[in-house]
Design a protein. Structure first.
Length: 296
């Protein structure tokens, strides 16, 4: 049968007799005759075939995509699509003028839908890094937004079709990031690109919130000093500062007693070292330090 938006339009060929090959033609051809549907295209049009690599909005009964997934059954696949639709519909309530929205871009979980998803997982977005971890694992391209393809293909890859499945998988990811330094570094570097979007730098207010979520419990002895310093001195964080900080943390995990003065670090980190060595962390004066935008 042929389907349109999930509704069967009937079989394209039914009760059609296939002409028999003549004895002469049969000797010339080793291929059996068959019928297949065809599509006529006008000028400047194109046909895109989707065999399941990109999730369908409407899934015909009995359909199974060609690509391999970890979902165990058709019912699991349906549950995952229904879960997407649930959060998508919640998010659509935020859109004031839906008529002007692009249909393709609007086919996503966002706004209140994302917040409800986090709530159902028991996650507080401003205190828990779980949504950031999910965005990393699903390869989300837009901030706090999950497209149909990212959601369905992403969760299917990990065999998740319910909130319970997703919650269990998220716990595994969180544990891996805590134990595996390489996993943490990959996640850490993703976070900056994901949050800054098209901006050159990440505003210090956002950086402070994220560091509080993902860096505080890593056991860095200078964490409190760093947070106090950047809050007083820095307006924005560049990708260089964000990434090099991770190297600095590994190089000096406890203190600066073995600090190498000949080492090359971004200017903000140099300023931080000087500030610590000059007793900055113990300075409780109300003097306002001049803030600057990092451009290293």
């Amino acid at each position: 049968s042929i389907f349109r938006n999930g509704k069967a339009l009937g079989a394209p060929f039914q009760g059609t007799e296939i002409p028999k090959l003549t004895q002469i033609n049969a000797k010339k051809s080793s291929v059996s005759q068959f019928f297949c549907p065809t599509v006529g295209l006008t000028k400047n049009t194109q046909l895109v075939l989707n065999f399941g690599a990109k999730p369908f909005k409407f899934i015909p009964e009995g359909f199974k995509p060609l690509q391999d997934t970890s979902l165990k059954s058709k019912q699991d696949d349906t549950k995952l699509v229904e879960l997407f639709q649930k959060y998508k519909e919640i998010g659509k309530q935020d859109v004031k003028n839906e008529e002007t929205q692009d249909e393709e871009e609007d086919d996503a979980i966002e706004g209140s839908g994302t917040i409800q998803f986090a709530t159902d997982l028991g996650v507080s977005p401003d205190q828990d890094p779980m949504l950031l971890i999910i965005a990393w694992k699903l390869n989300a391209q837009s901030l706090w937004c999950f497209s149909r393809e990212e959601w369905v293909s992403g969760w299917a890859k990990y065999g998740c079709s319910t909130i319970e499945d997703i919650s269990l998988q998220c716990s595994k990811w969180m544990e891996n990031i805590k134990k595996d330094q390489s996993q943490f570094e990959a996640f850490y570097k993703f976070v900056f690109v994901y949050l800054k979007e098209e901006k050159r730098i990440l505003p210090i207010e956002e950086a402070l919130v994220v560091w509080e979520m993902i860096l505080k419990d890593r056991g860095w002895g200078l964490y409190a000093h760093w947070m106090k310093f950047v809050k007083k001195k820095v307006k924005g964080i560049s990708s260089d500062i964000w990434n090099m900080l991770l190297d600095f943390v590994k190089e000096y995990p406890k203190d600066l007693s073995q600090y190498d003065v000949s080492a090359s670090w971004p200017s903000v980190i140099d300023e931080f070292v000087e500030w610590v060595q000059d007793g900055g962390p113990s300075d409780n004066s109300e003097e306002k330090a001049q803030k600057y935008d990092d451009s290293d």
